[in-house]
Write a protein that binds this ligand. Structure first.
Ligand code: TXA
Ligand code: MG
Length: 364
């Protein structure tokens, strides 16, 4: 299959080109073509504010099957259904509980996915056999325009091959999906860089299934107590069965063995330096994931900075690109610093721990 790569530009960005109607017309034509592909059962990758999504018609079982094949994804791992306006929610669900309505009103469009009891319209092929459906209204203007033009809810997981870090640029999507899907809409690098917060609002008390840019603090301020799915920070096993099936797979995995180093920051940098020195001397290629504040401490290994500790959104933005870069550099092992598990740091640490397969060293 030939994958078509087309550049598109959002409304804000086209304002700079006032008078340059050609750009807007090209974007409009590309979105129209993408919408046609979605309606006829094909696959289109598109930018959202979190990560790039791989879209298909969410109401068509056969289209959902194509997503699983393109990603190499286990078919029990359900897809998020994306909508462009509030009135598109009702047909997908049997009930909108109060907490769900409140969170949707406050945070949609935005990086929040809500899990509702599904209606009969949504095929089991989309929900991985579950009686619930995950729904999100993305903030990215291009994504909402695409969904509105397609006139169907768009099922879209992250547009990476299963097990690879989520794509934050169209180039990442191309690396993973070229030849496997019909079209990639290139809207430039995404804004946030980690996937949406997922909250299950189908029960009595809302449950956080995956942390993201809408933080636990923001959720609790809106709806009171929110429970945490134990799978967020524990390796899946006998006693931990995640409610978001996708959380049980080794996600976001770089090819090299990765280890998180945690403890007091100065000791962490010393420990990573010692490990880098030892393994470099043995002829191994060592990758180090650090922050702006600590970058200058490292003397050995291949050092990549995620962003600034005082602006964690810069870290979220670069995280997956750094993991992918280490794949390209073919390092043998990776050591990463840790962050405090608060606010956005909670989402970042969740992704880092998964990338590390929960491998960690604590230094005191
Ligand atoms: O930011 C995002 O959420 C991106 C963009 C494209 O919107 N999408 C994304 O999709 O991250 P994906 O498929 O990579 O992750 C979806 C997660 C999986 O862990 C899946 O198990 C969970 O959502 N999920 C989907 N439907 C669910 C349901 N009905 N109940 C519980 N978890 C669900
Ligand atoms: Mg994913």
């Amino acid at each position: 299959m030939d994958t078509k790569l087309v550049s598109v530009r959002g409304a804000e960005r086209t304002q700079e080109d006032a008078g340059c109607i050609g750009v807007q017309a090209e974007t409009e034509a590309a979105l129209q073509e993408a919408a046609r592909i979605l309606r006829s059962g094909g696959l289109v990758a598109f930018p959202t504010e979190t990560v790039y999504g791989l879209g298909a018609n969410g109401l068509e079982e056969a289209a959902a099957k194509k997503i699983y094949a393109a990603k190499g994804r286990p078919s029990d791992n359900p897809l998020i259904v994306h909508i462009s306006a509030m009135e598109e929610l009702e047909p997908l669900v049997t009930e909108i509980p109060d907490a769900g309505r409140r969170l949707a009103e406050l945070f949609w469009p935005g990086p929040l996915t809500l899990v509702f009891p599904k209606s009969s319209q949504v095929p089991y092929g989309t929900t991985g056999g579950l009686e619930t459906v995950a729904v999100r209204m993305p903030a990215e203007d291009l994504a909402r325009r695409l969904i509105a033009l397609a006139k169907v809810p768009v099922a879209a997981p992250s547009a990476n091959r299963s097990g690879r870090p989520s794509p934050t640029t169209a180039w990442h999507v191309w690396q993973d999906m070229n030849g496997r899907i019909d079209m990639i809409l290139d809207g430039g690098p995404v804004g946030i860089g980690v996937e949406s917060t997922i909250v299950d609002v189908s029960g009595k008390i809302p449950v956080l299934l995956r942390p993201g840019a809408i933080t636990l603090e923001m959720l609790e301020q809106a709806v009171g107590h929110v429970e945490l799915d134990p799978a967020i920070f524990q390796a899946p096993g006998e006693n931990v069965r995640p409610k978001a099936p996708g959380m049980k797979y080794r996600h976001y995995a770089p090819r090299a063995e990765m280890t998180l180093v945690e403890g007091e920051l100065e000791k962490v940098t010393q420990a990573i330096n010692q490990l880098a020195e030892k393994y470099t001397a043995e002829g191994r290629r060592v990758g180090i994931i650090c922050t702006e504040e600590t970058q200058h401490f490292y003397t050995k290994g291949i050092v990549r900075c995620m962003g600034s500790r005082s602006r964690e959104e810069t870290i979220a933005h670069n995280l997956f690109a750094v993991l992918r870069e280490f794949d390209d550099l073919e390092v043998d092992c990776i050591y990463s610093e840790s962050l405090p598990c608060e606010q956005l740091g909670y989402a970042i640490m969740n992704r880092l721990q998964k990338a590390a397969g929960y491998r960690k060293i604590s230094v005191e």
